[in-house]
Design a binder for this molecule. Structure first.
Ligand SMILES: CC(C)(COP(=O)(O)OP(=O)(O)OC[C@H]1O[C@@H](n2cnc3c(N)ncnc32)[C@H](O)[C@@H]1OP(=O)(O)O)[C@@H](O)C(=O)NCCC(=O)NCCS
Length: 172
């Protein structure tokens, strides 16, 4: 497996970010970014990421949040979203971290490696346990969670997405 570097974007990452987006064509754009859609401005998106990371100008219902991107040889392969705290909505579904790997890089252990690095980041925030949720039938996702000692809290029906989800806790 190639070395993955999981880190925040910086203002010089525009070319890598735009190139990385091409690997998500046909997928839900949220898997790549919450603040950007094809054709959108990198600098505006980057300013929002900096604000969310610092907990500034948060939109209603949003908590401080850091987006970490996984790079291999300068190319973006996926991302991990880290919520610094939970609110009612994240407690229901979403939890502290969410991750996605571009389709062409899946099945190679990259989500596992990105989550391993993201857990260190969570510890650096002072978190001692994190909630992680996924659809009940998303085996690649719950396998990652269970690899890191995730303990199943429960399985609940999600009215909004009309599916059963699993809610886990990983304690450091
Ligand atoms: C979930 C996701 C991040 C997994 O990424 P990935 O890089 O393929 O994951 P890994 O290669 O680290 O594999 C994780 C585990 O899932 C298993 N796995 C991978 N693809 C699988 C599949 N199609 N069916 C069953 N298991 C699978 C792997 O074998 C591995 O388990 P193992 O180590 O016990 O063999 C990726 O599928 C994705 O981005 N999906 C869309 C977004 C998403 O669902 N995110 C999770 C939201 S909670």
């Amino acid at each position: 497996m190639s070395e993955v570097i999981l880190r925040k974007l910086n203002k010089n990452d525009e070319a890598a970010f735009l190139a990385g987006a091409k690997a998500w064509e046909g997928e839900d754009p949220h898997w790549y970014s919450f603040n950007w859609k094809p054709g959108g401005s990198f600098s505006e998106m980057f300013a929002k990421l900096e604000d969310e990371d610092a907990g500034r100008n948060l939109q209603p219902g949003r908590v401080p949040h850091t987006m970490l991107y996984g790079f291999i040889d300068g190319e973006i392969i996926g991302r991990v979203s880290v919520r610094h705290t939970l609110n009612e909505s994240l407690r229901k579904r979403g939890g502290h971290i969410g991750y996605a790997v571009a389709p062409k890089y899946r099945g190679k252990g990259y989500a596992t490696e990105m989550v391993r690095q993201a857990l260190s980041f969570c510890k650096s925030l002072g978190l001692t346990s994190i909630m992680v949720t996924c659809a009940d039938d998303n085996a690649p996702s719950w396998k990652v969670i269970e690899k890191f000692g995730g303990v199943l809290q429960d399985k609940v029906w999600d009215d909004e997405d009309e599916e059963t989800i699993r809610r886990y806790w990983i304690t450091f």
